[in-house]
Write a new protein. Sequence first.
Length: 212
Amino acid sequence: MGETSKDVLSLLTQLMPGFLTAWVVYGLTTYTKPAQFERVVQALIFSFIVNALVAILEIILLFSGRYIQLGIWNRSTELIASASIAFIFGIVLSFFMTNDAFFSLARRLRLTSRTPYPSEWYAAFKIKPPRALARYVVLHLEGSRRISGYPIEWPTEPSSGHFRLTDAAWLNDDNVETPLKNDDSILIAAKQVEMVEFLKDIEEMSNDSKTT
């Protein structure tokens, strides 16, 4: 029984860098946490990458130590290096998972057709057209009601969460706006939304009018 406990503790210790990376990633991004087994697999992969980076760092520092003495590489140093690299690795992953920098390059190189976002729903709100500072939306609600505004926040999936709109206005059947002048923003439950329209920005509409 004692040996089994030691083995489990040793395994958890080896996986801690991976769990730390995953904790940072899911704390900074909108991705839904996977099932427990998948999280363990992710921790294994992250731990392998972190351990490889720690090994590379050790080689570099030991080589540098021939010329500049920075300190002693021991178990404590390795633990601090492992935790630091796991934390930084999580931040780097979060950066590429919340913007399209890497995937846009990969798509141009035809390596993938995917985006880094957790769903097409989320990507539709996140991605803006070139040169557009803001993209307004029209939410079609239950009861044939419509409201337009700029989405500051939106749910990661259409079945739960809330939209937070600023510069909002109710629309009637003739598309006449009734602005919510006294409101800084308004929350709309996602379950009340039946359809979402993404409006063209002013520059796109002016270009279309010139073309026609």
